[in-house]
Write a protein that binds this ligand. Structure first.
Ligand code: NAD
Length: 482
C-alpha cells in the first residue's frame, strides 16, 4: 500500500510520521459515514454541539505543547510559531463555540395580513477540507469550527507534505466524543482530494492552496453545484512612505518577509518604498537577515524556518535566478544554503531590487524573497508617491494582504481604502491576522471567490438560508395577486 512519509524539513534524516494513503474503498466508506453522521449532528441544537467542541478545546489546551512540537517537526516552523498556531485553534474554537448561540436568521414583514415570514440558517451537508502544508493545524480549525458548530460533518484531506497535524486535530475532536463520522481524516495527495470533492456525498468543498489547484477544484465543485470556498495564494506588498518610523518598518518587513521562511500566504513579497529612505532600511534588513543563518556552522537561527521540500527550494532558487537574468539587482541572499545534504532545506533570506513588471514582482514565490521597488520622489508630493505606489501594489492578479507605513493619517486611510485586497494593515506587516469577530480572513481577485474564514462570515460557507412563511389567516392568500 502506498505510504506518505513525513520528513522534518529542518532535519530530513528525521521521519516525523508515516501514513497509509487512503484507498478508494476507504474513502467511499468515509463519505457514507459522513452523510450518516450528518443526519444526527445537523439536528442537534448548536449549543449542544458547542459542548462537544468545548471539550475538544480543553484537550487542545491540555495538549498544546505536544501538538506544537509535532507541528514544529513536521513543517519546520519555529517552535514559538508552532505554539502560536495551536493557540489559534483554541481561539477559533473559543469564538465559534459562542457563535453557536448566534447563528441568527431574520424576521420580516409579510405583504399579507395574518402571515409571518422568517429566514433561518441551516447546515448544508458533508464538507471536504483540502488544506496546504504551511498552516497544517490552524487552517483545518478555521474550516472545522464554523462547519461543525453550524451542524455540518467533514472529511479533512491535509497536505501530503504535512499530514500529521491534521490527523492529530481530528483525533482530538474524536477524543472529545463527537459522534462517529462527524470528523474524519483522509490521507493522500491531490487525487484523494479530487476523489472526495467529486463525490455526490460532498456538499461543501473548502480548499486552501495554490491558485492553479484552487481553480481546478472550483471547477469540480461548480459541476456538482457544491458550495465552494477558495483560500488561495498571495503577492502581498508593503508601501513605505518617507515619514514612516524606520525601526518599525524594518522589524515589520523582517517578520513579514522572513517569518515562516516566507511561506505564508500573507508573506510580504514586495516592498514599495520611497527611494529617499530605502538605503538605510535595506541596509538594516540586510544586516538582520544575515543573522537568520550561520553559513560557517551551516546552522539556522531558532527563528528561521526551512523550506518545506527540495522541489520548493529549487523552485524558489529558479525564480531568483530568473529575476537576476531579467535585470534584478541582488542586495543579499540569492542562494541555497542547504539542499538537505547537510541537514535540511534552507534558502538565504533574499532581497532583490526590481522593476515593477518583472516576473518576480507579479508571481507568488512562497519563500524568503523580497522584491523591492523604489519610487523616486524627487519633485513629487507624498500624495503623488502614494498614487504611484498604489498603482504598483494593485497591479497583480492576487489580492490577499497589503500594508502601508506612514505617520500621515490621511494618506494611510486613503491607502487602506484603495488597496485591492481582503486584508490591509496600517503600520503593521502583511501577516498576523487575528481570529474571530470582525476579523475576516480571505482575499480578492485570484486569491479567492469571496469566502471568508476565521470570523463570522465563515457561516456563509457552512449554512444555507431557509425562508419560512406561516399563514394563520385560514384563507388562501395569493402573493402579488390578492
Ligand atoms: P497546493 O495547491 O499544491 O496544495 C494544496 C492542497 O491541495 C494539498 O492538500 C494538495 O494535496 C491538494 N491538491 C493538489 N492537487 C489537487 C487536485 N487536483 N484536486 C484536489 N486537491 C488537490 O498548495 P500548497 O503548496 O500545499 O500550499 C501553498 C499554497 O497555499 C500557496 O499558494 C499559499 O499562498 C496558499 N495558502 C493560502 C492560504 C489562504 O488562506 N489564502 C493559506 C495558506 C496557504
Amino acid at each position: 500500500m502506498p505510504k506518505i512519509i513525513n520528513y522534518n524539513p529542518a532535519n530530513i534524516k528525521e521521519i516525523v510520521s508515516e501514513h497509509e494513503v487512503s484507498t478508494s474503498q476507504e474513502l467511499d466508506a468515509m463519505l457514507e459515514k459522513s452523510t450518516k453522521a450528518f443526519k444526527i449532528w445537523s439536528v442537534m441544537p448548536a449549543p449542544k454541539r458547542a459542548q462537544y467542541l468545548m471539550k475538544a478545546n480543553a484537550i487542545f489546551t491540555e495538549r498544546k505543547e505536544e501538538l506544537s512540537l509535532a507541528l514544529h517537526k513536521e513543517n519546520g516552523k519555529p517552535l514559538e510559531e508552532a505554539r502560536g498556531e495551536i493557540q489559534e485553534i483554541i481561539d477559533v474554537f473559543d469564538f465559534f463555540n459562542g457563535e453557536g448561540r448566534a447563528i441568527y436568521g431574520m424576521t420580516g414583514q409579510s405583504e399579507m395580513p395574518d402571515k409571518a415570514i422568517m429566514t433561518i440558517r441551516q447546515p448544508i451537508g458533508p464538507a471536504v477540507f483540502i488544506t496546504a502544508w504551511n498552516f497544517p493545524a490552524a487552517v483545518p480549525s478555521w474550516k472545522a469550527a464554523p462547519a461543525l458548530i453550524a451542524g455540518n460533518t467533514f472529511i479533512l484531506k491535509p497536505s501530503e507534505l504535512a499530514p500529521l497535524s491534521g490527523k492529530l486535530f481530528v483525533d482530538v475532536l474524536n477524543e472529545a466524543g463527537l459522534p462517529d463520522g462527524v470528523a474524519q481524516v483522509a490521507m493522500g495527495a491531490g487525487e484523494v482530494g479530487e476523489y472526495l470533492a467529486k463525490s455526490d456525498h460532498t456538499k461543501i468543498v473548502s480548499i486552501t492552496g495554490s491558485v492553479a489547484v484552487g481553480r481546478h477544484v472550483a471547477g469540480i465543485a461548480a459541476a456538482g453545484f457544491k458550495k465552494c470556498a477558495l483560500e488561495l495564494g498571495g503577492k502581498n506588498s508593503t508601501i513605505v512612505l518617507a515619514d514612516a518610523n524606520q525601526e518599525l518598518v524594518a522589524d515589520g518587513i523582517l517578520w513579514g518577509a522572513y517569518g515562516t521562511g516566507g511561506q505564508r500566504c500573507t508573506s510580504t513579497s514586495r516592498l514599495i518604498i520611497d527611494k529617499a529612505i530605502s538605503g538605510p532600511i535595506l541596509e538594516k534588513l540586510k544586516t538582520q537577515a544575515a543573522k537568520f543563518y550561520d553559513k560557517d556552522k551551516k546552522q539556522s537561527a531558532i527563528n528561521y524556518a526551512p523550506i518545506i521540500s527540495l522541489k520548493q527550494l529549487n523552485k524558489i532558487h529558479g525564480m531568483v535566478q530568473a529575476a537576476l537574468a531579467e535585470g534584478a539587482e541582488l542586495v543579499c541572499g540569492g542562494e541555497i544554503l542547504d539542499d538537505g545534504s547537510h541537514q535540511g532545506y534552507f534558502y538565504a533570506p533574499t532581497i532583490l531590487k526590481t522593476k515593477h513588471g518583472m516576473k518576480i514582482t507579479k508571481e507568488e514565490v512562497f519563500g524568503p524573497v523580497l522584491a523591492v521597488m523604489e519610487i523616486d520622489s524627487t519633485n513629487k508630493t507624498q500624495e503623488e508617491v502614494l498614487e504611484e505606489a498604489l498603482a504598483i501594489s494593485n497591479d497583480v492578479d492576487y489580492g490577499l494582504s497589503n500594508s502601508i507605513y506612514t505617520k500621515d493619517v490621511n494618506l494611510g486611510m486613503k491607502a487602506v481604502h484603495r488597496f485591492e485586497s481582503g486584508l490591509v494593515y496600517l503600520n503593521a506587516p502583511t501577516i498576523g491576522a487575528e481570529c474571530g469577530g470582525a476579523s475576516l480572513f480571505g482575499g480578492w481577485k485570484n486569491t479567492g471567490n469571496g469566502s471568508r474564514e476565521s470570523g463570522v462570515a465563515a457561516f456563509e460557507t457552512y449554512t444555507q438560508y431557509k425562508t419560512i412563511a406561516i399563514d394563520y389567516s385560514d384563507s388562501l392568500q395569493r402573493a402579488q395577486i390578492d
